[in-house]
Every structure is written in C-alpha cells, then in structure tokens.
Write a protein that binds this ligand. Structure first.
Ligand code: XIL
Length: 316
C-alpha cells in the first residue's frame, strides 16, 4: 500500500524522511517503522552531527554517533541530510568561551566544517551548513561567529563546505521564514546577495515547527519566491504541536494542517522533500521545548498512525 515516501515520490519529490536520535535506536519497534522505506526514505541526525557532538574539544573529532545513523540509513537505502555545521546552539564550551580573533575563529570554523563534511563526503544528499542565522526582525543573530568574524562567517562556511564535498547540496536552514515578514525578506535578500557574489548556496530549509490551526497562509507563496531565485527548498523539521490534552477536534485539525503543508511542497516544483522532526510523539522534542504542548507527530507514542498520517498522504 501507499506510504508517506512512496506518495512523495509519486508526486515527483526526492524523499520523505524523519529525524532520529541515537538513544531511540535501542527501541526495536521504533527502528522497524523508521526503517520502513515506504514511509521514510531519508534520515536526519537530530543531535549527533551538531558541533558539541562532533568536536567536543578543539581538534578532537568524534563521529561514532553520527556514523551510527548514517549506517542505519545506508542499510535501509535511505538518503541523509546533514545537520548542522554552524549554529549558535549546542556549541561546546571551547567555542563559546575562548577570546578569539577573526583569524583564529575563522580557522576553527573552517577546520570544523572541513572535517565534518569531509568525513561524510559522498554520503550526504545535503548539509544544513548554516542554521538559524536570523533574528525575527531580519538582523543577524548575535553569536560568537558574528562577534569575531562578522557576517562573513556565512560565505566562509558555504565556501568551505563546497570545497569539502562538491557533491552535496548546501543549505541555509531557518524557522519563522514560512510566512511573509522581516525574517523571510532578510533570507530572500541573503540568497540574492550570495548568488550575486558567486557564493555557493543550493537550498533553503524551512523548519516548519507549526502549531495546530496556525499554518501560515503565505507558506506556498514564500516557497515559490525562494525557488524563483534559483535555489531548491525543503521542509526540514516538520511537526505541528497542540496544547495538551489532545482532543478529536485537535487531531482532525492537525490532519488538515499536515495536508496543507504537504500540499504546499507538492505544488512547488523545486520543493524537493519533507522531513518530520521525528515521526512519533514518543520521541518528539516538543514537550521538552514547549511545556504543556505535544502530540505534534504523525504517529502516536505507541507508534500507531494518527489522522495526521492520512493528512500527509492526502497532501501528496
Ligand atoms: C533540537 C532537538 O530536537 C533536541 O533533541 C535538542 O535537545 C535541541 O535541538 N531547530 C533545529 C534543531 O535546527 O536542531 C532543533 O533540534 C530544533 C529546532
């Protein structure tokens, strides 16, 4: 029968996937569904390729957790999205606590990207090279990278990524750019500027951490505005959370919302695929990050399909 990925591929997309994290991989029922390629043809490491996991001490690289997820994807015949190279969160303390100069932090940044992308060379469909660069007002988020390198950290990261693996698609990944506003405009301007300057950028990732009943009406139009600039787009971290407790009405609205999001990607030719930020409520990050909210995924805590699952199929 039709699955989430087979339906996506029938609509001309490259994949439908899920994020996953290493501790979950001891749960055999969880892994069985994650490995069901009719539903999931792509994996993203939810945490284990982030800077604190990959380079906990300067120059000391630990790939074993990331490798475990790549090996599962390869065993299943699934694509991988790499997540991520440069972000202001989940940084080891040696990055945040050092008095850098422009030159020393640039060297640390390029060394991190060269080793990370180099280790996975040839194995990744895409990389989120830069994650969450903007504030809501469209200014650059202040971090150790803007403090010591400035806005140039973005083109430096992208060029370093291209050199490390010329075959992987280079993405900038962001949230709250799924609707018209200052942040989306800033990202559109950044893409234009990078393209003008010949800086490699292949795609923009839309995280899509949505709330039931609040899927932005401008989402499809925004996707089109980006693809018109000559980049592909992907939905990279989809979940649609609700205030608990769950009700039948909320589950029905969530089904509609999933269908709306998927339909937006279906309708935009260069929207290449969709990734849910884990497929089951059992392992979703939402209750930890948004207290009182949850049940954001297409499968419940017992790995049973929710109405949202049918919403995704309907959307394709
Ligand atoms: C989240 C993970 O899901 C959590 O397990 C972790 O504790 C924090 O990070 N935007 C991103 C992701 O780009 O990396 C985040 O993942 C969710 C928000």
């Amino acid at each position: 029968s039709t699955g989430l990925s087979t339906a996506a591929k029938s609509a001309g997309k490259k994949y439908f996937g899920s994020a996953t994290d290493n501790p979950e991989l001891t749960n055999t029922a969880y892994v069985a569904e994650l490995s069901n390629v009719a539903d999931f043809s792509q994996l993203t490491a939810e945490n284990s390729m982030k800077w604190d996991a990959i380079e906990p001490n300067q120059g000391q690289f630990t790939f074993s957790q990331g490798d475990q997820i790549l090996q599962l994807a390869q065993k299943n015949g699934q694509l991988m999205r790499g997540h991520n190279c440069v972000w202001h969160e989940q940084l080891p303390s040696w990055v945040t606590n050092t008095q850098w100069t422009n030159a020393t932090l640039t060297a640390a940044l390029t060394n991190h990207i060269t080793n990370l992308i180099g280790h996975y060379k040839g194995d990744m469909y895409s990389w989120d090279v830069v994650n969450e660069p903007f504030n809501e007002d469209g200014s650059l988020f202040s971090s150790v990278f803007t403090e010591f390198i400035g806005p140039a950290y973005i083109p430096i990261a992208l060029k370093t990524a291209r050199a490390a693996d010329p075959s992987t698609k280079l993405y900038i990944n962001e949230f709250n750019i799924e609707f018209t506003g200052a942040k989306a405009t800033a990202m559109l301007n950044l893409v234009k500027q990078l393209k003008q300057e010949g800086v490699p950028v292949d795609g923009i990732g839309f995280q899509c951490h949505f709330i039931v009943g609040e899927v932005p009406t401008s989402f499809q139009s925004i996707l089109q505005q980006f693809t018109a600039l000559g980049v592909e787009v992907a939905i990279t971290e989809l979940d649609i959370r609700m205030t608990l407790p769950e009700t039948t009405a909320l589950l029905q609205q969530q089904q509609t919302d999933y269908q709306t999001v998927i339909n937006a990607c279906r309708s935009v030719a260069n929207c290449v695929g969709v990734t849910v930020w884990d497929y089951t409520d059992e392992f979703s990050w939402i209750p930890g990050a948004f207290p009182g909210m949850g049940d954001a995924c297409p499968f419940d805590s017992n790995f049973n399909k929710k109405p949202a699952y049918q919403g995704i199929l309907n959307g394709w």
